[in-house]
Design a protein around this ligand. Structure first.
Ligand code: ASP
Length: 310
């Protein structure tokens, strides 16, 4: 019998001291939800879906309700889920009327011959498979309207080209969420969900929901979820880059910092990654001042290490 593991993150950036309690509470709740599924014998896919749905429902994070607004003042969401056993993946991009995009992504994985749906087509697919559509306003918080107005005043436009060549690209908040899990059958899975970057151009899709960029899972290597400034991560296909480097001899603990080092060296990117393999080995790395994360496993529970200070 394999000991299950769930590892979740809630973004990597300069999380201020006063925001740490909410972030910690959020990731702990998500890890607990994933653990509850795994402890009942559920699949790694179920565990990452449940954990990410908890984070989407938590207004602290840039996923689901409470996400950053795009240039039109709307919430526009992306999510991906992937199974390391079958390599089946489901993604949705630019959805504006779904409370839990990760659940729509799971439906794509389970019920469609395709891997990825965007915008109205994704919403129509989700509705046809039993999900309710909501008004975009239900996803918008007054806090985010204020943040968006300030950003517009500062003419911060979320255009990566503006940052090219900047030795210190702006480290705005990156509260994207994600999870990786190992179940008792020895399968791994990953999921990531985001509202993307503040004031992004409508229709912009970042790394988070693209296979191999913001998320990946393969039983032969590892499961990964990333967060941070998305365009460099997309160009490097960073989640797959990291997963592919996990071998019997080189574990997630070594590979995770190597991936973040590569991101910085090659494209001056910043962010974080969580990695997990079938042996239950984990890796966590970021080049931001903080990354919100939590895990649950039998060993972590026994040693009290499941929710360390970060
Ligand atoms: N990677 C996300 C994106 O670029 C943002 C984040 O991780 O906070 O859409």
């Amino acid at each position: 019998m394999i000991d299950p593991v769930i590892l979740v993150h809630g973004g990597a950036w300069a999380i201020p001291d006063e925001a740490c309690t909410d972030h910690r509470r959020g990731v702990e709740r998500a890890a607990a939800a994933g653990w509850a599924a795994l402890a009942k014998g559920a699949s790694a896919l179920d565990a990452v879906e449940d954990a990410v749905a908890v984070l989407e429902d938590d207004e602290t994070f840039d996923a689901g309700r409470g996400s950053f607004l795009n240039r039109d003042g709307k919430v526009q969401l992306d999510s991906l889920i992937m199974c390391g056993d079958s390599l089946k993946a489901g993604g949705v991009g630019c959805v504006e009327h779904l409370r839990n995009p990760v659940r729509a992504a799971r439906l794509v994985l389970e019920k469609s011959p395709h891997c990825y749906f965007v915008a109205e087509g994704a919403e129509r697919f989700a509705e046809e498979h039993g999900m309710s559509l909501i008004e975009n306003e239900e996803l918008v918080l007054p806090r985010e309207v204020e943040r968006w107005q300030n950003a517009a005043e500062q003419r911060y436009l979320s255009l990566p080209a503006e940052f090219a060549g900047d030795p210190e690209p702006p480290m705005n908040s990156h509260d994207t969420v994600g999870a990786v899990a190992l179940d008792c059958h020895g399968n791994i899975a990953g999921a990531t969900s985001t509202g993307g970057t503040l004031n992004k151009a409508p229709g912009r899709v970042g790394d988070s929901s693209l296979i191999g960029c913001g998320c990946y899972a393969d039983n032969e290597t590892a499961a990964a979820s990333t967060t941070g400034w998305g365009e460099p991560m997309m160009k490097l296909v960073l989640a797959k880059w990291a997963a592919d480097r996990v071998t019997a001899d080189v574990g997630p603990r070594e590979v995770a910092p190597a991936a973040i080092h590569y991101l910085k060296r090659r494209l001056n990117g910043h962010g974080g990654i969580i990695l997990l393999d079938r042996r239950g080995r984990i890796g966590i790395a970021h080049n931001t001042p903080r990354m919100a994360w939590a895990m649950q496993s039998q060993i972590a529970r026994e040693s009290g290490l499941s929710c360390p200070a970060w």
